[in-house]
Design a protein around this ligand. Structure first.
Ligand SMILES: Nc1ncnc2c1ncn2[C@@H]1O[C@H](COP(=O)(O)OP(=O)(O)OP(=O)(O)O)[C@@H](O)[C@H]1O
Ligand SMILES: [Mg+2]
Length: 308
């Protein structure tokens, strides 16, 4: 089974108004709620593509329950740990008349040490883990190397671990040797501490990361596609030219495609092709919407791969 981890999920409220009024009441035209979080996105895309995964994470309060319910109704399997703090809500405010969007993002709840211990024990006790995907920021109150500790727990189960994080969450966990990391260019350059201008800079950075014991580095490069690097082999996927609406969630979709392809026993070229098609298909959907299966399938034969 593929397990995804989202430590700091959010209930997104997308609110549409005609025009924001000062010192007067602005009426809401439409309101929709979404379960948001990077690991959650990975689970949603895996479900959309016909695979199975279980979303793990921390939720609390009524908004946490609603988040869980939204996922259950979307057919995504979940096994969240409930905490005493309230799951955060982000507000995405669209002002229709001026075609403007405002995102108001809240910090998540502080997580207590007993709560994180219970979450960790829950992971250690999983019997059927084949993949552990850890995405996004850590919750407040947990160690910067928590992902590292989860990587160790996954390794004890012979599970494939994939880390998609930035800053200290990434830096302090990479030494625990995840099977794979999925940085974008900015994350990769922060990780190696220098700007990456050329393809050969990227490959040098990947080589450094392999030396730390990471088997696969999947570098995402927006509309330029992806590079998959192993110690002995590099493959580049060119992103298909598509009409882009919003690339939010494209990275998570690329992670989902890669892991799902791998879990289906595909070779690395199949995994990279599915990863690239899923990312591009998500870039074609508006706002935070993720890819549709038909679009991914239509894009698959259009992905060009090249050994570098
Ligand atoms: N405009 C686009 N056209 C085609 N493919 C795209 C486009 N944007 C993204 N993709 C595909 O999706 C992959 C992941 O996107 P990107 O590099 O933006 O990830 P990211 O920066 O991690 O995004 P996020 O974390 O916000 O989801 C890209 O490597 C590419 O294959
Ligand atoms: Mg990303």
């Amino acid at each position: 089974m593929i397990y995804t981890v989202t430590l700091n999920p959010a209930l997104d409220r997308a609110v549409t108004v005609d025009r924001l009024l000062e010192d007067d009441t602005t009426r809401v035209q439409a309101e929709k709620h979404y379960a948001a979080g990077k690991g959650i996105d990975v689970s949603r895309v895996i479900t959309e593509l016909g695979g199975k995964s279980v979303a793990l994470g921390l939720v609390g309060g009524y908004d946490g329950l609603q988040l869980e319910g939204l996922l259950i109704n979307a057919g995504v399997m979940t096994s969240f740990k409930r905490i005493s703090g309230e799951t955060r809500t982000n507000i995405i405010l669209r002002e229709a008349s001026r075609n403007r969007q405002y995102v108001i993002s809240a910090a998540g709840p502080e997580v207590g040490s007993a709560e994180i211990a219970e979450f960790y024990r829950g992971i250690v006790e999983i019997q059927d883990m084949e993949y552990l995907v850890m995405s996004g920021s850590l919750a407040r109150g947990v160690s910067h190397n928590l992902y590292g500790q989860l990587i160790l727990a996954a390794r004890k189960k012979n599970a494939f671990s994939l880390l998609d994080a930035d800053g200290r969450a990434m830096q302090e966990s990479i030494g625990f040797q995840p099977t794979c990391i999925k940085p974008n260019i900015h994350e990769l350059s922060r990780l190696v501490g220098r700007e990456l201008e050329t393809e050969s800079d990227i490959l040098d950075a990947c080589e450094r990361i392999h030396r730390e014991g990471v088997t696969y580095v999947l570098v995402s490069r927006g509309k330029d596609g992806l590079i998959l690097s192993t110690e002995t082999w590099r493959l580049k996927a060119k992103a298909p030219a598509v009409e882009t609406e919003s690339a939010v969630g494209a990275g998570d979709s690329a992670v989902a495609g890669f892991v799902l392809g791998h879990s289906r026993g595909g070779d690395l070229t199949d995994c990279l092709r599915l990863s690239c098609a899923a990312g591009a298909a998500t870039a074609m959907t508006p706002g935070t919407e993720l890819c549709h299966r038909e679009t991914v399938e239509a894009l698959l034969p259009r992905i060009e791969l090249e050994e570098i």
